[in-house]
Design a protein around this ligand. Structure first.
Ligand SMILES: [Zn+2]
Ligand SMILES: [Zn+2]
Ligand SMILES: [Zn+2]
Ligand SMILES: [Zn+2]
Length: 344
């Protein structure tokens, strides 16, 4: 993620809520999409201090009530207490249960980061209050009443809040033999299913099938049974980004989509540092991939230096590269609301 600048010149980060130097209140402005110092206008009104913006703002209610958000809402949105990211929530955890607030705050931080990245790539996000295209919604639930599976169905992304418990998440990661398992990764994967429904199914299904296979044969249920009985295909690295991607074309798409967002995010971060990859244009897929692979080698060595898992564990064979290119081309497609038949 890029870093931002306070009016005092100090660096601000994507999750900043105040400036460590001048102590001003800081927030994400929805108009200029910058994290900036907020000037108090009194009566719970604020103003973005970005000189080219100056938007009048109020703090997101989830920030006021729970410190669960660092975003703001344009003052013109009179009836709307929540920022554009928080208003997508349909279900949040029961905050009367000890530990749930912390888990929810972690989930929201990952969600905001991923959605901001998706917007930066140029993909649309369906606002449930408008009906322009498939609305995006979130529910964060615990296993208390019935077991909760993390997944996506018809624009609704469900996350089991246990994933925000780092010990449990690491246990699951080892159990399933995954190179990475993070909250950010879950959001990126499930958004892959969302964009398949919104962008691929209505208008790119044939092109999709050429690269990923026929999603109707075998059925998702049969593919799932076979995967958990037999494990991934041998030599899966030749054509797939991960073991899980071999399960079914929908999972292949979601895994590839998540890897594409990893790539755009890491290359953008690198570009934010002076002189590094400044010449890589956002629309040049091959140049970005090349930069990503070089950064991956470097970052993996940094991570290995301190005993962390690899930042970029994937191997980019030709079929995998073509799948990522498919993601890169998604932003040109007209968004539509499809007949929602898939449920993953
Ligand atoms: Zn400052
Ligand atoms: Zn602004
Ligand atoms: Zn918010
Ligand atoms: Zn999936």
């Amino acid at each position: 993620m890029q870093t931002f600048r306070c009016q005092c010149g100090h660096k601000l980060f994507f999750g900043s809520t105040s400036c460590l130097s001048c102590k001003e209140t800081v927030g994400m402005c929805p108009t200029c999409r910058q994290v900036t110092a907020l000037k108090s206008l009194g009566k719970d009104q604020w103003q973005c201090t970005n000189q080219v913006c100056g938007q009048k703002l109020k703090l997101c209610q989830n920030r006021i009530d729970y410190k669960a958000c660092n975003c703001t809402v344009a003052i013109e949105e009179k009836e709307e207490p929540l920022c554009t990211y928080c208003r997508l929530n349909q279900v949040i955890p029961d905050l009367s249960i000890e530990g749930n607030l912390l888990k929810w705050v972690r989930l929201e931080a990952a969600k905001r980061r991923v959605l901001y990245g998706v917007e930066s790539v140029g993909l649309p996000i369906g606002d449930p209050s408008r009906n322009d295209f498939l609305p995006l919604m979130f529910e964060f639930k615990a296993d208390d009443v019935e077991p909760v599976s993390t997944g996506h169905a018809a624009g609704l992304i469900t996350i089991n809040i246990q994933e925000a418990d780092s010990v449990k998440r690491e246990q699951t990661r080892v159990e399933f033999g995954e190179p990475q398992r993070t909250l950010v990764g879950h959001f990126r994967h499930e958004l892959g299913h969302y964009y398949w429904d919104m962008l691929v199914e209505p208008s790119k299904r044939e092109a999709f099938r050429k690269l990923f296979g026929n999603e109707e044969d075998p059925t998702y249920a049969d593919a799932q049974t076979a995967y958990y009985a037999n494990g991934p295909l041998p030599n899966w690295q030749k054509s797939f980004i991960s073991e899980y991607a071999t399960m079914h074309p929908w999972e292949d798409f979601a895994e590839s989509f998540a890897a594409y967002l990893d790539m755009t995010s890491i290359v953008s971060t690198a570009q934010d540092f002076p002189r590094i990859y400044a010449e890589v244009p956002p629309d040049d897929f091959d140049a970005r991939l090349k930069a990503y692979r070089e950064i991956g080698v470097m970052a993996n060595e940094f991570n290995r230096d301190i005993g962390l898992l690899d930042l970029v564990p994937e191997v980019f064979t030709k079929p995998v590269v073509e799948k990522l290119r498919f993601m890169h081309d998604l932003k040109g497609i007209q968004a539509q609301s499809p007949d929602v038949s898939s449920s993953v």
